[in-house]
Design a protein around this ligand. Structure first.
Ligand code: FPP
Length: 224
């Protein structure tokens, strides 16, 4: 069994982490960003090709406005604070999802970060923002249809993830076992690993645990 190249994570449990400590949800998200920062550094050190993180879904707009603003403020600060580190450490940033319809200050910040890291060829940090897999597949199919017959390869080529290696391992934290409209097409043959750990408590050791579980599984891709 070869090592995983691309790990995708549904980061869940920030709210429960905060609630258990009688803290505001925003503090849970703040600690969630710390977990992201540590994990991205570890992924880079491990030589992982791609790490995709579900930061904001098309369904997350249903949350109270205060929480939505807090999430975007945290994301903005994270990119501002860590961009130079990405540049210096060969981390390439990629965004999937309909990020261009977000507030203009966020779009500008993201586009600058994308440009400044575009030539990096170490780990790709993929942030799913305003992302919904059904929306992504519909957008891809629409473009594919203008170019020729709709085939699996034609849709693959138009997905937001087109340039990335296939997702090998999907992780979801906090004990939930749902896909929540995340990478529905791309996880066709991915292994899944679930943990009860809440996202703010997720460490590089948990990632290693997931990768070890992956390494011990036999993937058959439908064959025998
Ligand atoms: C799930 O916790 C987490 C989210 C909806 C957002 C994840 C976002 C971050 C960790 C911060 C920003 C991201 C980056 C890449 C810097 P929840 O609120 O659904 O928790 P609960 O299910 O316990 O209520």
């Amino acid at each position: 069994m070869s090592a995983a190249r691309h790990v995708a994570i549904i980061m869940d449990g920030n709210g429960r982490w905060a609630k258990a400590r009688h803290l505001p949800r925003a503090v849970g998200h703040q600690r969630g960003v710390e977990a992201v920062r540590t994990l991205v550094r570890a992924a880079r050190d491990m030589g992982l090709e791609a790490l995709t993180l579900y930061a904001f879904s098309t369904e997350n707009w249903r949350r109270p406005e205060e929480e939505v603003s807090a999430l975007f403020a945290l994301l903005k600060r994270y990119i501002q604070d860590d961009l130079q580190e990405f540049v210096d450490n060969n981390v390439r940033l990629k965004i999937i999802g309909d990020y261009k319809s977000l507030a203009s200050d966020i779009v500008c910040l993201l586009e600058d970060a994308l440009t400044r890291t575009a030539e990096n060829n170490g780990t790709t940090l993929v942030v799913a923002l305003n992302y919904g897999a059904q929306d992504e597949i519909a957008r891809a199919a629409k473009i594919a249809a203008t170019k020729g017959p709709i085939t699996v390869a034609a849709i693959d080529a138009e997905l937001d993830t087109a340039s990335l290696p296939p997702v090998d391992l999907l992780i979801r934290t906090s004990g939930e076992m749902r896909l929540s409209n995340f990478l529905l097409w791309q996880v066709a043959y991915a292994e899944m690993w679930f943990t009860d750990v809440l996202w703010p408590d997720f460490t590089p050791d948990h990632l290693r645990e997931g990768l070890n579980a992956f390494a011990n599984r036999e993937r058959r891709y439908g064959g025998r």
